[in-house]
Design a protein around this ligand. Structure first.
Ligand code: ADP
Length: 178
């Protein structure tokens, strides 16, 4: 069964990435928001929102459920597609790690449908949705490592130095343990 060949973590802005698909940490509405979502819609231009509106009308009248993923054009971004996924909000009393893992496996499944080989992920759920980076990073890394996919390269793109270090550590730990 095929696995991602190269998994890396870099510090940067996800809207700068020249990849086939950029993953968006979206919300149920698909109508844009802050953080990564806001940056993607700002730089990608209005075509992304037009497709999101159509998806809401035709496929997701109640919004995109947590842990699922759907693709649109990337508009003016230097990528071909945006894959929108909705991460879980963090809860101290309930383990939602399966939903965070699902965001990654579902995004890779959509990437396979598109034929995307290089995919950039942000640190899903670690901004407005409140996941501690130390908890989110190993879940994200493990989900990508274990995925059965034809995607060849996954790049985690972290906005700041702290997040970058934490994802690098998680990658090193996971690759060390196989
Ligand atoms: P969520 O709602 O899933 O928590 P956010 O967009 O609020 O998503 O935040 C997710 C992570 O993305 C945070 O760690 C935030 O610092 C980071 N981030 C925000 N803007 C960008 C960007 N342009 N590129 C990469 N990462 C970003």
């Amino acid at each position: 069964m095929p696995h991602v060949f190269s998994i890396t973590a870099i510090q940067g802005d996800i809207t700068d990435q020249q990849v086939d698909a950029v993953v968006n940490a979206a919300n149920h509405s698909l109508m844009g928001g802050g953080g990564v979502d806001g940056a993607i819609h700002r730089r990608g231009g209005p075509r992304i929102k037009e497709e999101c509106k159509r998806l809401r009308a035709e496929r997701y009248p109640d919004g995109l459920p947590t842990g699922q993923a759907v693709a649109t054009t990337a508009g003016d971004l230097p990528a071909r597609w945006v894959i929108h996924t909705v991460g879980p909000t963090y809860s101290r009393s309930e383990d939602r790690s399966h939903l965070l893992a699902s965001c990654h496996t579902e995004a890779l499944r959509v990437a396979d449908e598109l034929g995307a080989k290089k995919v950039a992920f942000p640190a899903i759920s670690t901004g407005a949705y409140g996941y501690p980076l130390e908890e989110a990073a190993p879940i994200a890394v493990r989900a990508v490592m274990d995925a059965d996919t034809h995607v060849e390269e996954v790049r985690f793109v972290l906005f700041d130095a702290d997040a970058h270090r934490i994802y690098e550590d998680a990658l090193r730990a996971a690759q060390g343990s196989g």
